[in-house]
Design a protein around this ligand. Structure first.
Ligand SMILES: NC(=O)c1ccc[n+]([C@@H]2O[C@H](COP(=O)([O-])OP(=O)(O)OC[C@H]3O[C@@H](n4cnc5c(N)ncnc54)[C@H](OP(=O)(O)O)[C@@H]3O)[C@@H](O)[C@H]2O)c1
Length: 233
């Protein structure tokens, strides 16, 4: 069902976790979702589950050329995001910083920071002519505090806070960029950090019941605000 005030929503990292739960929630409310992930299997399942006007693509956000081609396809299709959710991210395997390999460290930086910049670089120019739209860069409690064994991840989420607040100062009037701490949710990422204890936190579906309507309320006045799901107001 597509409704009159249907928004066009771009979500990175829709294979599973929060990205998938948001895609389900927005589509159920009549909005149009374009999403990406690295998993061809997940993208294929989403394509079979949701046809046009929704669109799912295999895109690795850390690869600038793939993001460029994705944005070009959006431009050709006339898809301009009203809401751009930079959700895709990785966490390092729990370890003290000195035991994290250079490859793993670089990969976390490439996805969590460069990936966000790549998406902004190629999709923001589609949004600018309308001076309208909201960019939400997923941060974390670990973008505002720290814990041991997740130093690379913390570094990226603190970076997202700064990157987003600086971007907010660059945007024309009418647009917004916000760093968002989604809260603590039982996803693969949380299982990697917390093990079985992750089971005591809400599922992505439960989380999305509050997060999806909240995300739809964001607008120009929120520009530059560091937000947290469940602490809106
Ligand atoms: N869960 C929490 O409690 C929590 C707390 C604070 C912040 N967050 C943030 O919330 C966001 C979602 O987290 P989550 O818990 O849902 O994580 P998740 O369950 O690990 O899911 C991550 C998603 O990102 C995708 N992804 C990873 N690397 C990618 C890449 N290079 N290109 C495109 N897609 C990629 C994954 O799909 P593929 O593997 O198919 O690519 C997957 O769909 C992240 O930004 C995370 O840092 C989560």
């Amino acid at each position: 069902m597509r409704k009159q005030n249907s928004k066009s929503i771009l979500i990175t990292g829709v294979s599973r976790g929060l990205g998938l739960a948001m895609a389900e929630g927005f589509i159920a409310r009549g909005h149009t979702v374009w999403g990406c992930g690295r998993s061809a299997k997940a993208v294929d399942e989403h394509r079979r589950r949701w046809g046009a006007p929704h669109q799912f693509d295999v895109v690795d956000v850390s690869r600038d050329e793939e993001v460029r081609a994705w944005a070009q396809r959006a431009k050709t299709a006339g898809f301009v995001p009203d809401l751009l959710l930079n959700n895709a991210a990785l966490v390092n395997h729990n370890a003290p910083l000195w035991d994290v390999s250079a490859d793993e460290f670089d990969q976390v930086i490439r996805v969590n920071i460069s990936g966000v910049a790549n998406v902004v670089r190629h999709f923001l120019p589609l949004m600018l002519p309308r001076s309208k739209g909201v960019i939400v860069n997923f941060s974390s409690g670990w973008g505002r505090s720290v814990s041991p064994e997740v130093a690379p991840y913390c570094a990226t989420k603190w970076a997202i806070e700064g990157l987003t607040r600086a971007l907010a100062e660059e945007l024309p009037k009418g647009m917004a960029a916000v760093p968002l701490n989604p809260g603590i949710i039982d996803t693969d990422m949380l299982r990697s950090c917390f093990g079985a204890d992750a089971g005591s936190y809400p599922s992505p579906k439960e989380w999305a019941k509050g997060a999806v309507p909240f995300l739809l309320t964001l607008w120009a006045k929120d520009n530059g605000r560091a937000l947290t799901v469940g602490e809106e107001g």
